[in-house]
Design a protein around this ligand. Sequence first.
Ligand code: CAA
Length: 258
Amino acid sequence: MAYETINVEVKDHVCLIKLNRPEALNALNQELLTELCAALEEADASDKVRCIVLTGSEKAFAAGADIKEMSSMSFTEVFSTNLFAFVNDRITAVRKPIIAAVSGYALGGGCELAMLCDFIIAADSAKFGQPEINLGVIAGIGGTQRLTRFVGKSKSMDMNLTGRFMTAEEAERAGLVSRVVPGKKLIEEAMGAAQKIAEKSLLTAMAVKETVNRSYELPLSEGMLFERRVFHSMFATEDQKEGMAAFLEKREAQFRDK
Ligand code: CAA
């Protein structure tokens, strides 16, 4: 499919999606968000894709929801259209792993979009923030909920109440980001991680994603039960037989997603 506000490229089973509204620092307007959800769903359904990388530009992953587009909206409009609900719902329904490769600003909806991915690799230039309070609103796609689960109440309150930005280094220390790399290496590092994931059994990778995500929804005893049952179910796959046989035979596993 052809898109106006994003670029999509598939290479070696990895789909690289690049947000492309440089004139607005990749502000997330309805067109971009709708195209992004469609591209993610297309990648999720494609036999050619085993992992997804989402990135922006060097200056901005995304500077938030589009303020120009939102500024004149009324309560009736945002409530009746359930503004932004589709972003959370459609992205969390994607079953293949998604890596956010963040350089520059990841603010408001941009930080929330990065947190909707499965993990975040940041360039040393990255800046994360939930500055919605400066606009007289609060975060609307997870800035008060997911960020709190990532970094704890104190830091989340700090970010959401003061609107200050976190550096990549602080974000890594706080557990928001999994790795920080020099800006020039960001795409290489993210594509390398995606490539590693693409070499695994896709069945197993999807089971990992589903099970880790359940940990956000369930009490520990239920989460442990869910994990154990999924672990048990893996023994019904050919990839479990192949993975363990390959280890014992001291060779590379040839997974077939079966
Ligand atoms: N929406 C719309 N346009 C935006 C934008 C946004 N979120 N962020 C930046 N832009 C536009 C600017 O209006 C500007 O356009 P013009 O040249 O046409 O004026 C262009 O991008 C470049 O931006 P700046 O000139 O401001 O660039 P800068 O380098 O001086 O500052 C910045 C960069 C600190 C990121 C600053 O642009 C900024 O503060 N942006 C807004 C950040 C923000 O408040 N995000 C939260 C949005 S609300 C939200 O996301 C709600 C939610 O949870 C869903």
